[in-house]
Design a protein. Sequence first.
Length: 425
Amino acid sequence: MKLKRRRQIVSYSSILDQPLKFTPFVFNRTFLLWALLGLMGGLIAGIYWIVLEFLIHKIAFFEGWLVIPTMAICGLLAGLIIHYIGDPGEIDLIVDNIRFNKGKLDPKNNPSMILSSLLCVASGGSLGPEAPLVQVTGSTGTWLGKIFRLKGEELRSLSIAGMASGFTALFGAPLGGSLFSLEILHHKHAVEYYKAIIPALVASCFSYVIFALIIHLGLGATWSLPAYEYSGTFDFGIAVLLAIVATIVGWVFIYCIKFLKSLFKKVKTAIYIKTLIGGILLGVISFYFPLTRYFGHEEINSLLNTNFSVNALFLILIFKILAIAITVTSGWRGGFIIPLFFVGTTLGLIIHHYFPSINVSLAIISCMAGINACVTRTPMSTTILLATLTGFSYFIPILFASLTGYFLAPRTAFIGAQMDKKKRN
């Protein structure tokens, strides 16, 4: 025993005595590259957000029945941009390129994505700016990597770091945004991408600072939930039960998407006709249910601060799911993470109405986590993002709800579901 311990001491001392092979130039160059990408990502996101808010305020002037022709025209214009400038693709294309195209995200379609998504989001489509930002900042990482002649995992990591900077700028959560950029790629292969976690964290931190300076972003929760007090271990079980209900709604959402996608595929016409049809349908829904318009960033606070009847909440829930599905399947561009949080908030308020003994904040946060993890397969980042966005200080119930949604999700996941079924070169 003493001999074995002595050998261990000798081996440890020999390791400590070895000269450190530290190359500060390589370290500084790599770190500065990640930082530069974060600065660029924050700048892109800040400019995008300023233009988006400007357009929202201008287009929001058209209210009442005017919302129908307004959204129809914006849908038509977005479709014409996609038709003539180029199809920027959807989140599935990003997943595909990161996994099968050596991490290369082509920036040539960024103008189409920026212009079409600005029209779609600003006019009131039920999709948010996260997907456009991720594609643009991710392709910026690819472009920067090619300038510095990076290849293989280094190039892939820089593309993922660019994606993380886009997520972080929108959500204001560097850790959550970094993890989301890894988990969203594919739940079965997320571990492969964790080599990119440090580049993603560095880029996210710099992106967050620049974005916060540009739009004067303050610290604190985006959505103010009522105070929650932990009442015992039964809260974990309640969170799981609530997440099961949210997961059922997530299944409904996924199959609603599949059904509408099959319908729009049968319409053999140009993309701008499909976006026009989508705009008309979305305008009609927004006319009767104004709260379903837009992606939900401000509308979640309206839900929390207004005393809606349970019948009104049911209608908002149904037509918000339908609005998201129409927006996704008709060719409109944007992301659905914040809209899913809106759906989870509505569902949580409905459940609290029938079971008032359940803390309303616990009901809302569990439903938000359950449905988002079910659809996107991102339990870790969903937990961190919701804790940051809502200020919900009890981390564990959110994690229980997120894991419930993740494990009860259908096999045909909404994102990247068909990737492994196709043969890739």
